[in-house]
Design a binder for this molecule. Structure first.
Ligand SMILES: NC(=O)c1ccc[n+]([C@@H]2O[C@H](COP(=O)([O-])OP(=O)(O)OC[C@H]3O[C@@H](n4cnc5c(N)ncnc54)[C@H](O)[C@@H]3O)[C@@H](O)[C@H]2O)c1
Length: 399
């Protein structure tokens, strides 16, 4: 257990503010955190599980860009279109050409213990960044066994291999979903999260318990990161930010669950990647950190911002709240600030602006108006003639 002090329990006034869709006022908290671990700046060989996915590919990109070697282990499953994941890996491959570190891509499952053992054996892994998972709350309610197999068995196999191969740090993705049963206004890491409201949340809480056990029994340094709704370029198509950008851009209808007052702490992907890399560099014995922006955006404001940048009016159907959904998420980032030096830099509005710009380029590419060239985008002028029109900015925003 980390030596944290006071917990943040929800007061009645906070609940009232929340129900009214108002961001609750932050309470003054006095906390005692663990001693700060200084960063290890040495070159690393990082196993990035789920490295073909959204956060994983951005993280792999950031590690490659600073000279680390990366081994991606991903099974390219069809939770969403696998060609998106193949595209993410192509970008990594382009980036690895001429990079100081190496890139290895392994197409396989974290639940295949023989394969995972071989990956550790053959690549001299020094650090693990475990992001592979079945993600998504609603599908976990429909197919719980799949979530248990991937998220719990898979994580146990990785922890076991990490201890056998004496890796220097094991960083893994948890989720803000673990706060599902919480009544607090600002979710803080030291509150009791033993009441998960979906199988997904339960699987992530279980990962935190397993990490604690491996740290306790074998001194394996472990850090769990509770991500708060991540969005940005190459985002997950099943999540609201990209789904809304896509549908509103195309004039298709969107489904708004609830009255629009529900609020989330949406975090831009480059901020998340910064927190992941900071965690990899600091081998805490056993910690859990919130990685969020630290402020909420209501669904109504969210849709309004997407309308602003797409230049289109949303065509909404309003439906009741979904089971398992959390009405309000907002991270207390005090601990990540104190121990990792983490601070989210990208405002929600700016994050949506960048994501819509990337989306418009992607749509241009898919319609044949643009072609990909040299890691950036290029406009197809006429057959055989390609002119670069976009720097890598939107593609490498996380680096
Ligand atoms: N995106 C968010 O807002 C968010 C919020 C909280 C937590 N998380 C967690 O962050 C991590 C990354 O999420 P993401 O949004 O990038 O999702 P993602 O689905 O884009 O990435 C996950 C990757 O893991 C891979 N994967 C799944 N099962 C696998 C298996 N058995 N073996 C190997 N690879 C497998 C998938 O193919 C995918 O590429 C996940 O652990 C997720 O639970 C994400």
């Amino acid at each position: 257990m980390s030596p944290l002090a006071s917990s943040t329990s929800g007061s009645d006034s906070e609940m009232v503010e929340r129900v009214m869709g108002v961001e609750p006022s932050r309470k003054k908290q006095r906390k005692a955190f663990a001693a700060v671990v200084e960063p290890d700046a040495g070159k690393k060989t990082v196993l990035v599980t789920g490295g073909a996915g959204f956060i994983g590919s951005h993280t792999a990109q950031a590690l490659l860009s600073r000279g680390d070697s990366v081994v991606v282990l991903d099974n390219f499953n069809d939770y969403y279109d696998p060609s998106i994941k193949r595209g993410n890996v192509e970008l990594l491959e382009q980036m690895a050409e001429g990079a100081e570190g190496s890139l290895v891509i392994v197409d396989g499952s974290i639940t295949d213990s023989a394969l995972v053992g071989k990956v550790f054996q053959e690549n001299s892994i020094t650090h693990v960044c475990h992001l592979a998972a079945r993600a998504g709350v609603r599908p976990s309610i429909e197919d719980p066994l799949l979530y248990v197999e991937t998220n719990i068995t898979g994580t146990t196999i990785l922890l076991e291999m990490a201890r056998l191969h004496k890796v220097r740090n094991f960083v893994y993705a948890s989720s803000s979903s673990v706060y599902g049963g919480s009544k607090s206004a600002f979710f803080s890491e030291d509150e009791d999260v033993s009441n998960p409201v979906s199988q997904y949340a339960a699987s992530k809480k279980t990962c935190e318990l397993l990490a604690h056990t491996y740290s306790h029994l074998y001194n394996l340094p472990t850090t769990g990161l509770r991500f708060f709704t991540v969005f940005g370029e190459r985002g997950r198509p099943d999540m609201a930010p990209l789904m809304f950008i896509n549908k509103i851009s195309k004039g298709e209808g969107i489904r708004q669950f609830g009255d629009g007052s529900s609020s989330r702490d949406y975090t831009y992907v480059s901020d998340i990647v910064d927190g992941v890399v900071r965690s990899l560099d600091r081998a805490y014995k056993n910690e859990v950190f919130n990685l969020g922006k630290g402020s909420g955006t209501s669904l109504i404001d969210f849709i309004g911002t997407v309308e602003k940048y797409t230049g289109k009016k949303a065509n909404k159907t309003i439906l009741p709240d979904q089971p398992g959904d959390v009405p309000y998420t907002c991270a207390s980032t005090d601990k990540a600030k104190a121990l990792l030096g983490y601070s989210a830099e990208v405002a929600f509005d700016e994050g949506i602006r960048r994501t819509v710009a990337w989306y418009n380029e992607k749509e241009g590419l898919e319609s044949g108006e643009l072609v990909r060239g040299g890691g950036g985008m290029a406009r197809k002028e006429k057959e055989g003639e390609v002119k670069r029109v976009v720097s890598g900015e939107n593609l490498t925003a996380c680096a």
